[in-house]
Write a protein that binds this ligand. Structure first.
Ligand code: FES
Length: 282
């Protein structure tokens, strides 16, 4: 995958101008034309891998029940969960895979109620009392700032008021996998890139690995950096605050929303109560 040609990420200081420039693209046009162009390059790089197949779970797949399922279509030979396509996700499977990681993390693409998601295992419970040290990942609760750099709120405050949103000692986080830039589907280790390596740095910045990566324009998201942010419902224009993971770099204006996990024994399920946070894409 080294030959993959992606548009270089802009300098972080140019995020706003890049956002303005890119949002002039009609989203449907982008998905139909620009997406196909990008997809052509990527599909060539990915060989037999069906680009659309990995990015676009059908709306019916996994729909209608609470279970979160692995989504490995086209990556059966490559992803660690390739043999578990459309099987229900369980925490113990993530723990087993995390034991092979330098930093104790694992992640997988999934589908939940027909929506693309990513579930990431972070060894928070065992690392939370250790110092802020490279390659010792834990969840970090942070202040959030919108695209105008205005303070939105702090994750700790939101979690004090709504603890059901996220249980850090469960060592799992699930995010809605539609990019806040132009709604492509960021993934876990879909490419071989410094930001996706099996490393970790504290601070929620754009260094270190274990980031989610959006292959369309290379936005990065840190699944360990939990923050409050704000986005807009595309149907009615209303702004909403949400709990999410931090945008670390690239043209995405803000981070990705969390979908609250509900454990059913070892099985990973999720709450439908915060679907309003998923309304920023068509
Ligand atoms: S859609 Fe552009 S970076 Fe994700």
């Amino acid at each position: 995958m080294d030959e993959m040609k992606l548009r270089p990420a802009p300098d972080p200081s140019g995020v706003m101008s890049d956002l303005v420039e890119n949002t002039t693209i009609n989203r449907r046009q982008f998905m139909r034309l620009g997406f196909n162009t990008a997809g052509g390059v990527l599909a060539a790089s990915l060989g037999a891998l069906g680009f659309a197949a990995i990015l676009l779970p059908p709306s019916g797949a996994g729909g209608g029940d609470a279970a979160v399922k692995f989504w490995a279509k086209g990556r059966e030979d490559e992803a660690w969960y390739g043999a578990m396509h459309l099987q229900a996700m369980s925490k113990s499977v993530f723990e087993k895979e995390a034991a092979k990681s330098n930093v104790g993390m694992s992640g997988a693409q999934g589908v939940w109620n027909g929506l693309p998601v990513v579930v990431i295992y972070v060894p928070h419970a065992e690392n939370k009392d250790k110092g802020a040290t490279d390659d010792v990942p834990r969840f970090q609760f942070m202040a959030g700032y919108d695209v105008t750099k205005k303070y939105v709120g702090h994750a700790t405050e939101m979690l004090l008021a709504q603890p059901e949103l996220f249980e850090p000692d469960n060592n799992l986080v699930m995010i809605f996998s539609r990019c806040t830039h132009l709604c492509c589907i960021p993934g876990w280790q879909l490419i071989d890139d410094p930001t996706t390596k099996d490393t970790w740095t504290p601070g929620g910045g754009d260094d270190g690995g274990s980031k989610l990566f959006c292959i369309c324009h290379s936005s990065r998201f840190d699944p360990t950096a939990i923050e409050v942010n704000t986005n807009v419902n595309r149907s009615n224009g209303q702004m909403f605050d949400y709990l999410g993971i931090r945008r670390a770099g690239g043209p995405a204006p803000v981070g990705l929303p969390i979908i609250p996990i509900i454990m059913n024994g070892d099985t990973i399920e999720a709450s439908t109560e915060y679907e309003g946070w998923l309304t920023y894409c068509d």
